[in-house]
Write a protein of this length. Structure first.
Length: 146
């Protein structure tokens, strides 16, 4: 499956990586299962990193974008203090539909979510930002994302 999810840093962090071609159903199934998991587990997360740098094509309709944003908004109610970053490597000549869809997901998610979500061009920038925010907000200083 072109979506990998892993818990990191003894369960206080979460990384979701999308790569290759992702379809409506794959994305809805994975995110619904993950973001609606046990509330107690989800409350333990301090950060979540959505990494789209390996994504080459995304086949999702507007209804799916709204569905995903709704799932994320519901998850943000469970853990409103979560630090969230999205990596969307948008380069010149990038697939315009891909850029458009990822941007739309982000836009709706920000509008409906309690999380402050930042978008970055590189994973290095996103990791640096999460580490700084985790240090400020939680006093956590040793994140490894592994």
């Amino acid at each position: 499956m072109p979506i990998e999810i892993k818990d990191c840093d003894d369960g206080i962090g979460n990384v979701i990586v999308l790569y290759g071609v992702v379809t409506d159903q794959e994305l809805m199934d994975v995110l619904k299962a993950h973001l609606t998991q046990g509330k107690e587990k989800f409350k333990k997360y301090k950060y979540i990193l959505f990494d789209h740098t390996g994504l080459t094509k995304i086949n999702i309709a507007d209804e799916t974008v709204k569905f995903i944003a709704g799932i994320g908004a519901d998850a943000s109610k469970i853990n409103p203090e979560l630090i969230a970053a999205l990596v969307a490597n948008v380069s010149i000549g990038a697939n315009i539909d891909l850029v458009s869809r990822v941007s739309r997901i982000h836009e709706l998610f920000v509008y409906r979510s309690y999380w402050k979500i930042m978008v970055f061009r590189t994973r290095i920038e996103a990791v640096r930002w999460i580490k700084n925010k985790a240090r400020e907000k939680y006093g956590v200083d040793n994140l490894t994302f592994g």
